[in-house]
Design a protein around this ligand. Structure first.
Ligand code: HGY
Ligand code: MN
Ligand code: MN
Length: 399
């Protein structure tokens, strides 16, 4: 029996980022492609039939594909410099759970599949949950085709190079229509389970969140030959947004606002930038995320005007609050012995699916509480405990 922990160790060297630390695995890049190959081999080794859908998501069917399917899985891509568990833990737990069910002679009473969604982190093309948004129609195919990675490669080009037909990208009623319910197991991204002293929880809600691009335009120039009074330096208003995001979000209960990515052009040490792009990740429970962003954009416009620069703010993605199916949530919590239900500020493919099919999440304890960084962790005992919980859940749901 190949435990979830052993499967995690099998891929532990794939996509290590020697510069940032952690892992960088992005849709259709070399590392993620290697993980796709690994997944196909592992799933086929269990006798599962693996197929790619039109949007780059992988589906490994234990049975014939069919309506009312119980689907579990997660993603294999990471954020830049991410941890080893965010995404892969759900995939290795699903493989390990299927193997354990097979070993005990269980025969699913319903179609059962493991899914691996494409580009959940948006680490290459900028839109999170790209594969599940395309599957459900939450993202227009034309918009997806035109997305560009930092090297200027479009998603259409990358998808074609990976063997997909870019013209077929988009809502997939056949694949979506087969799903009876979806359960995603995921490492916890926070300290809820440590503080509760519990190894596992079910998910209750995901708070509203989105990403906005702030593009500042000034005048590139020489860092030494240009007096301060003669500058239109876009780095100044960009710096103001980084500080304003925190200052303004502080006044909104439970709000989070982050600038983790800022790109000056051309980016020379002795060069005043001509443009600066930064991305704001903003999250607020309820309906306030866009007004938070508007307040931050107001500060950006004022700072840009002061420096003689222009600024353009573009919404790249935004999802509202998600409440997971309460019946499924409570059924799984009871089945697992009365485990707690946790809210999260982290987005998931399960939150995209929740608008279409009954969806639940299982969280596995992360003793560091840290995620999207190399310190993300789950103890081997909790990794295997999470997989065992998934066995219990799948056995119940597939009766
Ligand atoms: O950004 C998120 O919340 C998720 O990890 N994609
Ligand atoms: Mn993540
Ligand atoms: Mn994730």
């Amino acid at each position: 029996m190949t435990s979830a922990q052993v499967l995690l160790e099998e891929i532990a060297d794939v996509g290590r980022d020697r510069v940032r630390g952690g892992y960088s695995r992005h849709v259709f890049d070399a590392a993620e492609t290697e993980l796709r190959t690994w997944f196909r081999e592992r799933a086929s080794g269990l006798g599962l039939h693996v197929e790619d859908d039109q949007n780059g998501n992988m589906w490994a069917w234990w049975t014939e594909p069919g309506p009312g399917a119980v689907v579990t899985g997660s993603h294999l891509d990471s954020v830049p410099g991410g941890g080893a568990f965010d995404g892969p833990l759900g995939v290795v737990s699903a493989l390990s759970a299927v193997q354990a069910l097979q070993a005990k002679g269980f025969a699913p009473g319903k179609p059962l599949a493991i899914v691996v969604f494409a580009e959940e982190e948006g680490g290459r093309f900028g839109v999170p949950c790209l594969g599940s948004r395309l599957l459900t129609g939450a993202l227009e195919a034309g918009t997806a085709r035109a997305l560009r990675d930092p090297d200027g490669v479009t998603f259409a080009e990358a998808a074609a190079a990976a063997g997909l037909d870019p013209d077929r990208l988009g809502r997939d009623d056949e694949a979506l229509g087969r799903i009876g319910c979806f359960v995603e197991l995921h490492v916890e991204q926070g300290r809820g389970l440590i503080d509760l002293g519990s190894p596992i929880a079910v998910g209750s809600t995901v708070i509203a969140h989105g990403r906005w691009r702030f593009s500042f335009t000034g005048q590139g120039n020489h860092a030494g030959a240009t007096l301060l009074g003669d500058r239109r330096d876009p780095m100044l208003p960009a710096a103001e947004v980084v500080a304003a995001a925190r200052r303004i979000a502080r006044s909104v209960p439970q709000a989070r606002a982050t600038v983790g990515r800022i790109v000056p052009n051309p980016g020379g040490t002795n060069v005043i930038a001509s443009t600066v792009d930064l991305w704001l990740d903003a999250r607020v429970p309820g309906s306030g995320v866009r007004s938070l962003v508007e307040d931050i954009a107001e500060a950006a416009r004022a700072a840009a005007a002061e420096e003689g620069c222009e600024v353009r703010v573009t919404e790249e993605s935004c999802s509202g609050d998600v409440v997971f199916d309460s019946g499924l949530r409570d059924e799984l919590a009871t089945l697992l012995g009365g485990v707690p239900a946790l809210p999260t500020g982290a987005g998931h493919d399960a939150a995209i699916l929740a608008g279409h099919v009954p969806t639940a999440m299982l969280y596995v304890r992360n003793p560091t509480g840290i995620s999207h960084a190399p310190e993300e962790f789950a103890e081997p005992a909790d990794v295997d405990g999470g997989a065992a919980a998934l066995v219990t859940v799948l056995e119940q749901l597939c009766r």
